[in-house]
Design a protein around this ligand. Structure first.
Ligand SMILES: *[C@@H]1O[C@H](CO)[C@@H](O)[C@H](O)[C@H]1NC(C)=O
Ligand SMILES: *[C@@H]1O[C@H](CO)[C@@H](O)[C@H](O)[C@H]1NC(C)=O
Ligand SMILES: *[C@@H]1O[C@H](CO)[C@@H](O)[C@H](O)[C@H]1NC(C)=O
Ligand SMILES: [Mg+2]
Length: 535
């Protein structure tokens, strides 16, 4: 079956087409991988080459499992100090990208290295969030919780999922959350403008009680207001918070980001977090429908595409102090912006040192060179998941190597984008879906969106996600630029470095403190993904 037919058959089933489309990802990637373009002249030679390549990969995977430990430590050392994106809350508006027409397509993909689209091996793993109704029983309510979700889209989404779990722990009734309108994105959208309210209530109906507004009898109660302590264990909610809830009947949580610890939480609660995050918190039909159109335009029947989270935006560069390859004027503009934002505590930053530590967002040129090195041909379609790219050269250095660069700005028409004007969170939701559905997701900065999308892709069956080893990469590209190593040596080193950074299954990494553990939503295994032997 071709991909087009998969789409058509799913589109024919009204209502659930998007669900089906997501489930089909499992199927699509197998088809894609085992039946690469065989229908062209010279296919016999090509076919034999494929068999040799396939045997080579089998051998490679056998070796990889032997070096599992080594692999784990590599994944681990990448997780150095990651900047907390939540601290970026100011009022710079991200301007929409310039209007552009459809980029002219190049001739069909040439012969290419087949493993660039190969998905990680995850045959042993499956999602496991379905619970028996017994565990899902709802106790008598102890009171109502109002939650104000703070931060950008993904921070709010993970925060709300945690609050669903907290409502369960407390046997509380959850009032439909209110959203942040004052974060960096200054988006006035409410819950109902971003999320499908009916779906949210319906999917969670066996788990918690949800009401749209406070009922009459408690509407006059002055809510007890509190920011729950960050990274708390369930016992904090079962103790101190439950007492407050019983006493006041209505509690308002002013923050929802990272209020529940990643680990040390009962399995049923972990599963509920995923049920909320991946099943209940679907975006509105308006957002899903446009996302589906954009994906169809990108695929145009049979194309594969990369979704690139190019977090090279002004706010992030100012916050991190990363000014590599920017002009003096630009670096100064970023510096002034940083000094102007009082809640950004760090002011004097050595951007060069940061970059060498591997914690700067990659520049458009760096990521272009990375993709070229890994073997993506220049006609690869790349969907940019981001707002306006900073710097006088903007996205130019990427487009020079990969002309087929798309974004919602040039894939959607003006009329289609009109309802999303000044709705940055809704645009982020649109991009989220396009990124989730991509063949390969690449992120250049480990922020909230990158975490949420990579976790969701793991949940959907370990879809390929390239996690660049920025620290080693920048060292190598600097050597290349200084003429200290050849292109051949550089590219083979970079390729080897990224062979096992493709989102393969590994259990969520521990850390010395709650804050330093790998994020539950970036890697919901264990918890929501199980190995075939377990149950
Ligand atoms: C919540 O309700 C369940 C089921 O009725 C009950 O077993 C549990 O003890 C209750 N927990 C709290 C904190 O009220
Ligand atoms: C889609 O593919 C067809 C034929 O394969 C081509 O003629 C057309 O230009 C493509 N359209 C877009 C928007 O890529
Ligand atoms: C940025 O890098 C490019 C390519 O290496 C170089 O041509 C350009 O001069 C650099 N610009 C600045 C401001 O350093
Ligand atoms: Mg349910």
């Amino acid at each position: 079956m071709t991909r087009r037919r998969v789409f058509e058959s799913t589109e024919a089933q009204d209502g659930y087409q998007f669900d089906m489309m997501k489930n089909n990802v499992f199927f699509r990637r197998k088809v894609r991988h085992y039946f690469p373009k065989l229908l062209w002249p010279g296919r016999w030679l090509y076919g034999s080459l494929m068999i040799v390549a396939f045997l080579f990969f089998l051998a490679k995977f056998a070796m990889l499992s032997t070096f599992h430990e080594f692999h784990m430590s590599r994944e681990n050392d990448f997780r150095t100090t990651v900047e907390d994106e939540s601290k970026i809350t100011n009022n710079i508006l991200v301007e929409a990208q310039e209007e552009g027409s459809f980029t002219q397509l190049l001739p069909p993909e040439r012969f290419q290295n087949p493993d660039i689209w190969m998905q990680p091996d995850s045959a042993k793993y499956h999602k496991c969030v379905n619970q028996s109704p017994k565990e899902g029983g709802i106790g008598a309510t102890n009171g109502y919780i109002l939650v104000h979700a703070n931060g950008g889209l993904n921070q709010m989404k993970t925060g709300i999922s945690d609050m669903v779990a907290v409502a369960k722990i407390l046997n509380a009734t959850l009032v439909l959350p209110s959203l942040d309108h004052r974060s960096f994105w200054t988006d006035p959208s409410d819950f109902k403008d971003i999320f499908n309210v009916e779906n949210f209530i319906e999917v969670l109906k066996d788990d918690i009680n949800i009401v749209r507004t406070l009922p009459q009898e408690v509407a006059k109660v002055k809510p007890y207001t509190k920011a729950p302590v960050s990274w708390s264990k369930p016992r904090y909610y079962r103790g101190e918070i439950l007492n407050l809830l019983k006493k006041h009947k209505v509690i308002k949580f002013t923050h929802t980001d990272s209020r529940l610890t990643n680990n040390g939480v009962a399995s049923s609660i972990q599963k509920l977090r995923c049920h909320a995050m991946y099943d209940a918190l679907r975006f509105t039909t308006k957002i899903e429908d446009l996302a589906k159109k954009l994906i169809n335009r990108l695929r145009n029947n049979s194309n594969r595409y990369i979704a690139l989270h190019l977090r090279y935006e002004k706010d992030m560069l100012a916050f991190t102090g990363c000014d590599h390859n920017l002009s003096e004027v630009e670096a100064e503009e970023l510096r002034q912006l940083r000094y102007g934002v009082t809640h950004w505590k760090e002011k004097e930053i050595d951007g060069k040192e940061r970059r060498l530590q591997g914690v700067c967002p990659m520049t458009p040129r760096e990521v272009a060179v990375l993709l070229e090195t890994i073997g993506y041909p220049s006609d690869t379609k790349i969907y940019i998941v981001a707002g306006k790219i900073y710097g006088q050269n903007g996205i130019g250095p990427l487009e020079d190597k990969f002309p087929n660069v798309f974004s919602h700005s040039n894939l959607a028409t003006d009329e289609e984008l009109e309802p999303f004007k000044h709705r940055q969170n809704q645009l982020a939701a649109l991009d989220y879906i396009v990124a989730l559905e991509s063949d390969v997701f690449v992120y250049t900065y480990d922020g909230n969106m990158a975490k949420a999308v990579q976790g969701h892709r793991r949940f959907q069956g370990f879809l390929k996600t390239i996690n660049p080893d920025k620290q080693r990469f920048v060292t190598l590209i600097d050597k290349l630029d200084k003429g200290l190593i050849s292109w051949e040596s550089f590219s083979s080193k970079v390729r080897v470095l990224h062979e096992d950074r493709i989102g393969s299954p590994y259990p969520r990494l521990a850390g010395i403190s709650s804050r330093q553990e790998e994020s539950f939503y970036a890697n919901p295994f264990p918890g929501c993904i199980c190995e075939k032997s377990e149950q």
